[in-house]
Design a protein around this ligand. Structure first.
Ligand SMILES: Cc1cc2nc3c(=O)[nH]c(=O)nc-3n(C[C@H](O)[C@H](O)[C@H](O)COP(=O)(O)OP(=O)(O)OC[C@H]3O[C@@H](n4cnc5c(N)ncnc54)[C@H](O)[C@@H]3O)c2cc1C
Length: 410
């Protein structure tokens, strides 16, 4: 006989689990606090719609840092190829971009993908309950309290198993507001404080710099935090810096900031040019040429680079010796005062601690309740690793629920 499963949270992790469990023949009810499902998925869609990545499995799992052993298992169960096959069953074709990232073909807009997914769930008999907020665990084991946001009615459900897929704590307007964390803590589930991941960093620019430079990209740069180096495009903003290289360095930057000492990123403005030819070019600067004109003509480092060098170089006039200029252009120190606020972050670190779940992602303190997606304490860079991580943990938890229902306990 099929069992009744409650899934709370209509983001990628919950939607994937709902599909798999309904297809396995279970009765699935999906509860979502917002008026519509998948709001953050849609936001991700408008920001590039990078669903996954074609990187080989070992390197892919390595993107999850200290959690790579667990994610290697989750990705093995539900791989990027499996995701692409699943989408193809919805009529959504995908392709691998030049960077290795996986996208839907341009004719498939985010809302189209989400609609096709929800149609499939309805066809499988999944009950979709919008405006239903999870309020916490009930007093009886295995029960959960919910509130119908439209009517204010509060009620208790007693499913055979439950998946909480409540997301992280950024972009609260999408529903991922992290309000669940104190509820889990109150139930004795160990959780770690949320922290911004994949976010911009604050640099205390001078008023002159902010006015003169404003918002401008720096293409083809390398950014380093300690021994970690990333290539990409940096965006100078009035509050600091944004862009893929900063996002990728967030974990190291966060650790550096936590020491209480000033944290520095180091910017390499000509990473494609090997050191020896760069030094040679700098040694050939004609007398009387202004630095700005020399950098622009010889090294194609036009505005805003000269202003940036003046802003960040140690006090006093800019150095003129080739050696000193080489140091500035290859390791310009960027003093970071803070990460941008949590709500602006693309993802969040912190959440449910790994010690709080067993190998099936079931909460040790709440047998029969599983967790998946961003609400678990992991982080990964942008590039499709976030959504794939949510889908794969959703699949893993769904498998764990299947096991739990089959044998009573796992
Ligand atoms: C601007 C932006 C761009 C992004 N771009 C990409 C990208 O290109 N590629 C990529 O891989 N990732 C991207 N991401 C990250 C990705 O969107 C998230 O990692 C992913 O959506 C998390 O999925 P999830 O299912 O864990 O949680 P969510 O998508 O956050 O879904 C959780 C759901 O639970 C609901 N909920 C919360 N609390 C309750 C409650 N108490 N009761 C009932 N329901 C509740 C929420 O309303 C929400 O709908 C982006 C994120 C942002 C913000």
């Amino acid at each position: 006989m099929s069992a009744t499963i409650a899934i709370v949270g209509g983001g990628p992790a919950g939607l994937l689990a709902a599909w798999q469990l309904a297809e396995a023949g279970h009765t699935v009810a999906l509860y979502e606090a917002q008026a519509t499902m998948g709001r953050k998925f849609l936001v991700a869609g408008h920001g590039g719609f990078n669903l996954s990545n074609s990187e080989p499995p070992a390197a892919f799992a390595g993107r999850y840092g200290t959690r790579h052993p667990e994610f290697a298992r989750y990705l093995h169960l539900f791989s990027p190829d499996e995701l692409r096959r699943l989408l193809a069953r919805l009529g959504i074709e995908t392709f691998v971009g030049t960077s290795g990232r996986v996208f839907p073909t341009p004719n498939h807009k985010p809302a189209h993908v989400l609609r096709a997914w929800l149609d499939r769930l309805r066809a499988l008999g999944v009950q979709l309950h919008m405006r239903h907020r999870w309020l916490g665990f009930g007093t009886e084991p295995g029960t959960h309290c919910l509130r119908h946001e439209a009517t204010g009615e509060e009620f208790t459900i007693r499913p055979d198993a439950t998946l909480l897929a409540l997301g992280g704590a950024s972009w609260a307007k999408t529903g991922s507001d992290g309000r669940w964390l104190p509820l889990l803590l109150a139930a004795g589930v160990e959780c770690l404080p949320f922290a911004p991941a994949n976010c911009g960093a604050e640099v205390a620019w001078s008023a002159y710099f902010r006015e003169k430079v404003g918002r401008q990209p720096l293409k083809n740069i390398a950014l380093r935090c300690g021994s970690h180096r990333v290539r990409g495009e940096l965006l100078l903003t009035d509050y600091g810096i944004e862009g893929t290289p900063v996002y990728a360095l967030t974990p190291y930057l966060r650790a550096a900031l936590a020491t209480g000492e000033p944290a520095f990123l180091h910017l390499h403005l000509k990473p494609d040019l090997p050191d020896a030819p760069l030094r040679q070019q700098l040694a050939r600067r004609p007398d009387g040429t202004s630095l700005a004109s020399f950098l622009s003509k010889t090294l194609r480092l036009g505005p805003p680079v000269p202003t940036l060098l003046r802003e960040l170089a140690p006090a006093g006039p800019l150095p003129t010796t080739p050696d000193a200029l080489f140091s500035l252009l290859t390791a310009l120190p960027l003093p970071v005062s803070a990460l941008r606020p949590l709500d602006e972050a693309i993802s969040t670190a912190g959440g449910v601690a790994w010690d709080a779940v067993d190998e099936h992602l079931m909460l040790r303190r709440q047998p029969g309740t599983f967790v998946a997606g961003e609400m678990l304490d992991w982080e990964a860079p942008t590039g499709g690793y976030l959504l794939q991580g949510c889908f794969s943990t959703g699949a893993w938890a769904a498998q764990g629920i299947g096991e739990f229902l089959r044998v009573g306990r796992v």
